[in-house]
Design a protein around this ligand. Structure first.
Ligand SMILES: Cc1cn([C@H]2C[C@H](O)[C@@H](COP(=O)(O)OP(=O)(O)OP(=O)(O)O)O2)c(=O)[nH]c1=O
Length: 194
């Protein structure tokens, strides 16, 4: 089987991919994550995931062969895209905006076959309903450190789970890598999970 090369340093994406039982190689390189505001959310997550994957492809050329996987996750409330907070104040305003409301989490996923250079680019959306959270609780959460490297400043898989009323869609898409979508994409490259 072709090795899977993950263009990501996200510990969540690494352990989700490893949970499928395949050996995973990591090829993460600094990628510009700015985007044009004229793009739709779907285009943003696909473009950023693609940039990460193409960057890895460029760097592993002649060194590693396999299927390169790139991903990107954002939170969207009222059409506004939230990435990772730059500081604690921004984390506060993100969670404060999300609490008591329903938002969408979009993840883009890209697979590139090194050998054929064939590319597949997809996206997926999950709806998340968050409970009301008071200001003191938000600040205690921020002080836990958990929100700082997460889109929308919360982690559904961590203490942030206590804020979540429910979701509609794929849980793993919120954590950053839909294993269901990935398995469909890998199938197109001749890779069967089972
Ligand atoms: C909403 C949400 C996001 N996240 C994470 C998933 C992503 O890792 C992160 C969004 O940032 P990304 O830019 O998608 O990824 P990253 O910077 O962590 O990793 P890399 O660019 O190396 O692939 O937020 C959670 O872990 N839990 C959640 O509930």
């Amino acid at each position: 089987m072709k090795p899977l090369i993950l263009a990501s340093s996200s510990p969540r994406r690494i352990s989700l991919l490893e949970s499928l039982g395949f050996p995973v190689k990591i090829a993460k390189f600094e990628t510009d994550e700015t985007f044009a505001y004229s793009l739709s959310v779907e285009e943003v997550v696909m473009e950023l995931a693609q940039r990460k994957a193409l960057n890895a492809l460029h760097h592993v050329k002649g060194v590693e062969e396999g299927i390169i996987i790139g991903g990107d996750t954002v939170v969207v409330l009222d059409g506004e895209i939230m990435g990772k907070p730059r500081n604690e104040e921004e984390a506060f305003s993100m969670i404060n905006a999300l609490q008591g409301r329903t938002h969408d989490v979009y993840s883009g996923l890209v697979c590139i076959d090194y050998e054929s250079q064939k590319q597949l680019v997809r996206w997926k959306r999950t709806k998340v309903v968050m409970k009301h959270i008071d200001n003191d609780t938000i600040w205690r959460y921020i002080k836990s450190g958990e929100p700082m490297d997460k889109a929308g400043a919360y982690a559904i898989q961590g203490i942030g789970a206590t804020f979540i009323e429910g979701i509609e869609g794929d849980y793993f898409n919120v954590v950053g890598l839909s294993l269901s979508l990935l398995s469909d994409m890998l199938k197109a490259f001749g890779v069967e999970i089972l």
